[in-house]
Ligand binder design. Structure first.
Ligand SMILES: C[S@@+](CC[C@H](N)C(=O)[O-])C[C@H]1O[C@@H](n2cnc3c(N)ncnc32)[C@H](O)[C@@H]1O
Ligand code: SF4
Length: 375
């Protein structure tokens, strides 16, 4: 049976970070109750289309879903449980900003059903947070991680590295601090200058100089090495965990091309196997999303059956992000077998029976390698 996860997008943030290009909007003056009601309506509609499945995971992402009152998060979780029911080891994650992580609020999130916290720490130093244009302090990073560790059995933190002014020692320090809190999972993300963000404008006028690729590559290599030594084994390009039971069940659904429904403004979904994979996308703007839901109970602006080759391409793009790789598909029509053989001979890809995976030598160039083997 295929696994099913729900991604629920909460698009509001107290302030907008200068590097972020997610589907986000300033929270002030927004119709919070209207959006929660629309999200519930969309959940009911999706359940009516696919009623006989249990949920493997729910992921509240954003934006900043931790801005929501825990009681609202609880109403959504209760609705999902009542409709679909949960697998025994269901994973319910909340992305949380460090300034929303007071101990009483975290206790309340746990009480309403959240069992995994993904904290957007980004950095444990005031200098680094300032460079990133974050609105919380290093003290918030420390307090939030400490509180999360006290309340949750499953804590993940996001760290952004390879900032323009960062050195290798400073990056190492962030990982050491994270490990001292004994968090279960770390997602180190290399700072990316996304088009049309404040950082992209700053870079265009020369006020921000991103690290050149070779230097960023050095940061990537060292990040992997340190995290490994600290006991956080890499299982995906940007994800490390203390043990396999702490791998993100929800994200595995993406990487293993299982089923996920995208709920909320701008959320993407994917349903069905490679031969009949459906891709969905919702209205991006919250007001348009709410209006569409109130009219028709759906908000999809795209509901498309992917061609076999597009679905196969996506399957390899996602599956090869995992250290364990993925199984070869029968007659996929997109793999260039000649290039695959060359990359295997050169030691960048390993093949074991039906499974292909990118080797440790190749991981840093994963995107390039995958682009080479896909026609
Ligand atoms: C969509 S954000 C939501 C998390 C939460 N709102 C927060 O900021 O703490 C998820 C994660 O993506 C990462 N991220 C967002 N933009 C990025 C960028 N341009 N470069 C690297 N990482 C980025 C950050 O680590 C962030 O925690
Ligand atoms: S990084 Fe997080 S808090 Fe900052 S704008 Fe993006 S989603 Fe919002």
């Amino acid at each position: 049976m295929r696994k099913l996860g729900l991604y629920i997008h909460w698009p509001y943030c107290a302030k907008i970070c200068p590097y972020c290009d997610f589907n986000i909007y300033r929270a002030r003056g927004r119709d919070v109750d209207g959006l929660v009601a629309a999200i519930k309506t969309e959940i009911l509609k999706w359940h009516s289309k696919m009623p006989s499945r249990k949920l493997t995971s729910i992921f509240f992402g954003g934006g900043t879903p931790s801005l929501l009152l825990p009681s609202k998060i609880g109403e959504i979780i209760t609705l999902c449980e009542k409709l679909w029911g949960f697998e025994d080891d269901v994973e319910i994650t909340l992305e949380t900003n460090p300034d929303d992580a007071a101990i009483d609020k975290l206790k309340w999130f746990k009480k309403v059903g959240i069992n995994r916290l993904s904290l957007g720490v980004q950095c444990f130093s005031d200098n680094g947070l300032k460079e990133l244009g974050r609105f919380h302090s290093a003290a918030d990073s420390f307090n939030a991680t400490e509180n999360a560790r006290k309340i949750f059995d499953n804590v993940s933190i996001d760290i952004i590295y390879a900032r323009p002014n960062q050195n290798l020692d400073e990056m190492q320090q962030d990982f050491i601090i994270a490990s001292e809190f004994d968090v279960d999972h770390i997602s180190p993300y290399q700072l990316t200058i996304e088009p049309e963000t404040a950082f992209a404008r700053k870079a265009a006028r020369g006020a921000l100089i991103p690290k050149p690729d070779d230097e960023a590559g050095e940061f990537y290599d060292l990040a992997g090495k340190i995290l490994d030594e600290l006991g956080y084994k890499q299982y995906e390009i940007s994800n490390h965990a203390k043990s396999p039971d702490k791998f993100s069940k929800h994200n595995l659904i993406y990487w293993q091309s299982q089923d996920f429904i995208g709920i909320g403004p701008g959320a993407h979904g994917r349903l069905g196997g490679v031969e009949d994979r459906i891709a969905t996308l919702n209205h991006l703007r919250p007001d348009e999303y709410i209006t569409a839901i109130n009219k028709t109970a759906t908000a999809t602006i795209e509901y498309e059956k992917l061609s076999g080759s597009d679905a196969a391409r996506e399957y390899y793009l996602m599956g090869l992000r995992l250290n364990n790789g993925c199984a070869l598909l029968m007659n996929d029509g997109v793999l260039n077998h000649e290039k695959l053989s060359t990359l295997i001979d050169d030691g960048y890809i390993a093949k074991d029976g039906n499974i292909i995976k990118i080797t440790d030598n190749g991981r840093k160039f994963a995107n390039y390698i995958v682009s080479q083997i896909l026609d």
